[in-house]
Design a protein around this ligand. Structure first.
Ligand code: NAI
Ligand code: MG
Length: 364
């Protein structure tokens, strides 16, 4: 398979380097047929070549089976990139162009970290949930959008929360199908009480449940209540399906439960084509972490666990994915800790030493 690697900005290259080492391990030791193509992307590329995303990189992506992405952006440098260029080379554009409508964000509490969790172990032990966040519509894409000047000279910013029935339906179907492979329960999250697109969301997801997936356990939940339940009783969830905006916020909050954003992977998938192949982008959910970039201390486990998702969803190698997830759990059980997940007094290792620990556990 051909994997295009876009390490990007900030800690992106640091964590992606470890993810690539792990991916290569499966090529060397498990017979994974792998062609890697690495390209600059983001602010780093802007500084080198005057563009965030060169046409040649787009061409590589077109022919790729999967993209392995690090992170992009740095708030203090974003001002130097013209808005037009930002639109052309943004992660948002890549999601839209490849029609990556289903953003999977699994959140699992590693047993080895349960005691160190910022929440009570009683609440976090055994958390194993997965968000399906709709990724190509809703608040981040709806029109009209923009900043307009009003007659009195003051300005107004506009975003539009818009969903078609088809956009809701495909996210819902993805979630119900995923639930059947897990604990067979879906929570659909919206604000049907105050938002028109939210009311339509609730109607369409409910209909698809009744007509196509009556065997799957199902509930609706308001987004504000969901925030409370995630903090109070996260083990009650299996699959959560929600829109672009709520999915962004709630999945980051769920990540906090397990201790660090640096631990969490994601997959962004299109619908399958006629040959059953999905376009796919894999990335840790964190950003470029400018506050710790360049120090070799970032946690690479979110990037490494994104490789497990790649093995499962793009390479068709679920056993290898399981093996990698078990290796990460084993490395943690043996005490491997980057600074973000270390309890007071625990020894701390750097980014590449964490990669070493996972590779050692893979080989064991
Ligand atoms: P961030 O995720 O980069 O950092 C938030 C906090 O988590 C920071 O304290 C950071 O040090 C910590 N953190 C993040 N990743 C970590 C890791 N692997 N190991 C240890 N600690 C880690 O979010 P922030 O600071 O809000 O955004 C920074 C930049 O990243 C912005 O320009 C933002 O637009 C961009 N961003 C990009 C994303 C992407 O590429 N998909 C996603 C989120 C933000
Ligand atoms: Mg986010």
């Amino acid at each position: 398979m051909k994997v295009v690697v876009l390490p990007g900005d900030g800690v992106g290259p640091e964590v992606t380097e470890q993810a690539v080492r792990v991916l290569r391990w499966f090529a060397q030791h498990r017979g994974l047929d792998l062609t890697l193509v690495e390209r600059d992307f983001g602010i780093v590329n802007w500084h080198k070549h005057g563009t965030l995303m060169p046409d040649e990189t787009w061409a590589q992506i077109e022919g790729a089976d999967a993209i392995l992405f690090g992170a992009t952006g740095s708030i203090d440098q974003q001002g130097v990139v013209p808005p037009e260029e930002r639109r052309k080379g943004s992660l948002l554009r890549m999601r839209k162009a490849l029609d990556l409508f289903a953003n999977l964000r699994p959140v699992r509490m590693p047993p080895a970290l349960t005691e160190a969790s910022p929440y009570k172990p009683r609440i976090t032990a055994g958390v194993d949930l997965c968000f399906v966040r709709e990724l190509t519509a809703g608040m981040y894409f709806g029109t009209p959008r923009g900043v307009e000047t009003l007659p009195d000279g003051s300005r107004r910013g506009i975003n539009t929360h818009s969903y078609t029935e088809a956009e809701i339906a495909r996210a819902a179907r993805f979630a119900f199908q995923l639930a059947r492979t897990r604990r067979n329960h879906v929570t659909s999250v919206d604000k049907a009480n105050v938002m028109e697109a939210g009311a339509l969301w609730r109607e369409v997801v409910g209909r698809i449940h009744r007509e196509e997936f009556p065997d799957v356990g199902f509930e609706n939940m308001l987004a504000d209540n969901c925030a409370i339940q995630l903090a109070r009783a996260p083990t009650r969830f299996d699959v959560l399906v929600t829109d672009n905006l709520f999915g962004d916020l709630l999945s980051d909050a769920a990540g906090a439960i397990i201790g660090s954003l640096g631990m969490l992977p994601s997959a962004s998938l299109s619908a399958p084509d006629a040959a059953g192949r999905r376009r796919a982008l894999y990335e840790p959910i964190h950003g470029s972490a400018p506050d710790i970039a360049g120090q070799g201390i970032a946690n690479p486990l979110g990037a490494i666990l994104s490789v497990a998702l790649l093995l499962r969803w793009s390479a068709g190698r679920p056993a290898d994915a399981d093996h990698l997830e078990a290796a990460v759990a084993a490395a943690l059980a043996r005490g491997a800790r980057t600074g973000d997940i270390a309890a007071p007094g625990e020894a701390v290792i750097g980014t590449s030493a964490m990669g070493d620990a996972v590779l050692a556990a893979l080989a064991a």
